[in-house]
Design a protein around this ligand. Structure first.
Ligand SMILES: [Zn+2]
Length: 316
C-alpha cells in the first residue's frame, strides 16, 4: 500500500493543496494484470464515497493475498472543498465535474482535474462515486451515458446497485470525469447514492460488495468469498416523473425509499405544525420506481419531493 501525492499547489497563506492516491497491488504484478481506480469527492459535500473507499481499503488490507491487480483509491479529489464541506472548488466556485478535461496551464481547478485524469488514465475500469446533495436521497444507482451503454451496462450489473439509468447524450456531460475517461478508453461508471454530507452505512456496504464482486469477475482479486449481486432495474430512456411540492411546510414521507410504486400511492404529506393540518398529500402520478426521495424536511412551493422512473423492467 503506497500513498502518493498526484497534485500539489501552494495556497496564498502558508497552506498547501494536496490530492492523494493510495495504491494497492500484489508484490509481483503478473503480465496483463488489470487496474481499477475508485474516485470520490469530486464534489466536496459528498461523503458516501469516502466511506465506501474506507471499507474497500480495509478489506484489501485484510486480504493482501487475494489481490492480483492494481487498485487505486482517490477518496478526496476536491480536497479543499471536502475540508470545508463545500460542493464546488473553493474560491473559484466551479463544479469540478464540469471542468474536465482541464490542462496543465489551465486555472487551478482545471489543473486539478487534468492531474486526476492523467493519473487515472490507463486504468481498465474506473468508478466515480457521488452522493446527491443534502436535500435528496438517491437509491444506489449507476448512471450511464447512452453513448457508452454497450460496454458499460454489463459492468454496471455487477455492482450490486438497485438500478441502472441509461440517459441520452447531453453536451454538458462532456466536461465530466466519466465522459473524459470513457473517451480515453477507461470504462468508467458513475454511482449515485445516498445523501450529501452524510454516510449511509447500509448503502456503503452494498456498494462495497458490488465493487468486490466486479473485481472478482474481472480477475482483480481471487477469493472464495462470495459477494452479493442484486438484480438491478434497468431504465433506458424511461420517463422520469418529477414531483414538486404544491405547498410549503414540513415534508413527512410515508414510503420506504427504493420502492416499486403504483399510480396513486401516497409518497408523503406536507404538514403544518402550527395548525396540525395536512397541507398536501403527495401521490404518485404513475407506476414506477421511486429512486429519489426528499431527505431535507423543509419544503417550499416547488421544492423537489421525488423522482419516479416509469417504463422500468427487471433485468435478467
Ligand atoms: Zn457529486
Amino acid at each position: 500500500m503506497i500513498t502518493t501525492e498526484i497534485f500539489a499547489s501552494e495556497l496564498p497563506v502558508s497552506e498547501r493543496l494536496s490530492i492523494k492516491r493510495t495504491r494497492f497491488g500484489p508484490n509481483k504484478l503478473k503480465k496483463g494484470a488489470k487496474r481499477i481506480s475508485i474516485v470520490s469527492g469530486i464534489h466536496g459535500d459528498e461523503l458516501e464515497g469516502q466511506y465506501v473507499i474506507f471499507l474497500l481499503a480495509e478489506w484489501l488490507k485484510k486480504h493482501p493475498e487475494a489481490l492480483l491487480g492494481t487498485v487505486d483509491l482517490y477518496p478526496a479529489v476536491n480536497s479543499l472543498g471536502l475540508d470545508a464541506i463545500i460542493r464546488s472548488f473553493p474560491l473559484y466556485e466551479v463544479d469540478l465535474n464540469r471542468t474536465f478535461p482541464g490542462g496543465k496551464e489551465d486555472f487551478l481547478p482545471g489543473q486539478v482535474v487534468h492531474a486526476l485524469s492523467e493519473d487515472v488514465k490507463g486504468s481498465d475500469i474506473a468508478i466515480d462515486i457521488h452522493s446527491s446533495n443534502i436535500f435528496l436521497r438517491e437509491i444506489p444507482q449507476i448512471r450511464i451515458n447512452a453513448e457508452f451503454g454497450k460496454t458499460l451496462i454489463p459492468l454496471a450489473k455487477q455492482l450490486n446497485c438497485d438500478f441502472i439509468w441509461v440517459h441520452g447524450a447531453v453536451t454538458v456531460l462532456e466536461a465530466t470525469f466519466s465522459h473524459t475517461m470513457n473517451t480515453l478508453g477507461t470504462k468508467t461508471l458513475v454511482v449515485e447514492m445516498g445523501v450529501g454530507m452524510r454516510v449511509t452505512q447500509e448503502y456503503g456496504r452494498q456498494l462495497l460488495h458490488g465493487i468486490l464482486n466486479l473485481m472478482k469477475n474481472e480477475g482483480l482479486i481471487e477469493t472464495d468469498e462470495t459477494f452479493e449481486q442484486r438484480t438491478p432495474y434497468l431504465a433506458e430512456g424511461g420517463e422520469v416523473m418529477y414531483l414538486n411540492a404544491p405547498r410549503s411546510g414540513l415534508f413527512i414521507p410515508t414510503l420506504e425509499h427504493c420502492a416499486m410504486i403504483q399510480k396513486g400511492d401516497l409518497i408523503g404529506r406536507i404538514v403544518d405544525p402550527l395548525s396540525g393540518s395536512v397541507r398536501a398529500s403527495i401521490k404518485s402520478p404513475g407506476d414506477g420506481i421511486l429512486f429519489t426521495l426528499r431527505e431535507y424536511p423543509v419544503v417550499y412551493e416547488g421544492s423537489l419531493i421525488a423522482r419516479i422512473l416509469g417504463g422500468v423492467h427487471e433485468e435478467n
